[in-house]
Ligand binder design. Structure first.
Ligand code: ADP
Length: 408
């Protein structure tokens, strides 16, 4: 275990602690929003379960701690302690903010927002829109309020980047009154990533994002596509919930809404069973029993038919959205892949854009095969559309937005 010297402690002034609280997990990162230097990060898993594990890394040294962690408050208390043991005194550090990833901002939040009692209540009021996500986010906020009361807290919403989708893209063709009464519309998610990646893509190309038409493909365990015109999101594949759109690790993505009626009426499944089936038992996992893309690729190359079909369904849906957004945008300047699958799975990138030379899209196989943690171009020099891989960094984006709000 290595500690920070006094200079390190001084460098903490102005840093942001980014917190991403899930139902039984808590991801965190202590980062300088100006230099992007990461002082420490970690993940607490299985909070409230029998064998919680906290993996904490500070100054490049990893510690794995297993001790009872009853709830998120206890988890954050352990994080504060581990930070102190690594020489990072969060209370004395002069942090500029704690930035929370909050999944759903509903219609209320369009921008990063300093958390006051009123803001907290509003996040709670809209929690029914994201029952799996907003409640743990709130628990994270409450835990930080208790343990670091002097540090301003900022909520950065996953939906914010999509708050002004054009109404034709945001509206479902459902009874308008029913939709209005229940807040049914397309909100979009992964907004922090789509925003960060589209700006980085513009920087990489050396052009203002205001001049670019972009498609961003965020392909992680969750997956979403967005169409961005001049820096403004004009469409996205996730909808009222993160279930819609692309095939994901364990989520269905688009399916006929009528399937639920059939499974309920004929299959006898309850709403909760359907919710679990759609969110946790479908996607790649539902199709072939594996949701880790590396395993799917390996099984496919070993000749496994189920993994092969899962892969082809995944790619088919991806191409469907790419085609839709090409048309919606009237052509694009850049298509960018990001997140675990997008950054690493060269075959997916190649297959997603195969045979699109007529649309000015041509991937260079050698460039596509390069493994790197850097932003890079994988299209040929002649390709009219720049195809890029840009590693996402949601924590840094949250830290920057949080610091931006408190600094005014
Ligand atoms: P999330 O943040 O949504 O949990 P990530 O962005 O970390 O997800 O992406 C996780 C996915 O990325 C997993 O399906 C994993 O298998 C896939 N992945 C990671 N590395 C590779 C790789 N080298 N090749 C193919 N897929 C990869």
């Amino acid at each position: 275990m290595s500690g920070a010297d006094p200079v390190d402690q001084q460098r903490l002034a102005g840093a942001v602690l980014v917190v991403n609280a899930g139902s039984s997990s808590l991801k965190y990162q202590l980062v300088d929003p100006d230099t992007a230097e990461v002082f420490a990060d970690g993940l607490a898993e299985r909070i409230g379960e029998s064998a919680p594990v906290i993996t904490h890394t500070a100054f490049g040294v990893e510690r794995v701690v297993t001790e009872p962690v009853a709830d998120h408050l206890a988890a954050i208390a352990v994080v504060v302690r581990l930070m102190r043991e690594s020489g990072l005194d969060l209370r004395a550090a002069g942090l500029s903010a704690v930035g929370h990833r909050v999944v759903h901002g509903g219609r209320s939040f369009h921008a990063p927002t300093v958390i006051t009692e009123k803001v907290r209540s509003e996040i709670e009021r809209i929690a029914p829109l994201a029952p799996l996500h907003n409640p743990p986010n709130l628990i994270g906020i409450d835990a930080v309020t208790e343990l670091l009361p002097e540090v301003p807290q900022v909520a950065v919403f996953d939906t914010a980047f999509f708050h002004d989708l054009p109404d034709a893209a945001a509206t479902y063709a459902l009874d308008a009154q029913v939709a209005a009464e229940h807040g049914v519309r397309r909100y979009g998610f992964h907004g922090t990533s789509h925003q960060y990646v589209s700006r980085r893509a513009a920087e990489f190309l050396g052009r203002p994002d205001g001049q670019l038409r972009q498609i961003v493909l965020h392909l992680g365990n969750g997956a979403s596509a967005s169409a961005i015109d001049g820096g403004r999101a004009v469409d996205t594949s996730m909808g009222m919930t993160p279930l819609e759109g692309l095939v994901m690790g364990t989520r269905t993505g688009d399916i006929d809404p009528g399937i639920a009626f059939q499974l309920h009426r004929v299959g006898g499944m309850s709403v909760d069973q359907l919710d679990r089936l759609y969110n946790k038992g479908s996607g790649l996992y539902g199709l072939c029993g594996d949701n880790d893309f590396r395993t799917v690729l390996q099984r496919r190359s070993d000749g496994d038919a189920a993994a092969d079909l899962a892969y082809r369904v995944y790619v088919h849906r991806l191409r469907h959205y790419i085609g839709a957004y090409l048309v919606e945008l009237g052509g694009v300047d850049a298509i960018t892949f990001t997140a675990g699958v997008g950054e690493n799975a060269a075959p997916v990138r190649a297959d997603a854009l195969a045979g699109m030379e007529a649309f000015g899209i041509a991937i260079d196989p050698d460039r596509n095969a390069v493994r790197s943690k850097e932003s890079r171009r994988i299209s040929t020099d002649d390709s009219a559309v720049a195809v890029l891989v840009v590693p996402t960094n949601e924590e840094l984006e949250i830290a920057r937005q949080a610091a931006g709000v408190v600094r005014g």
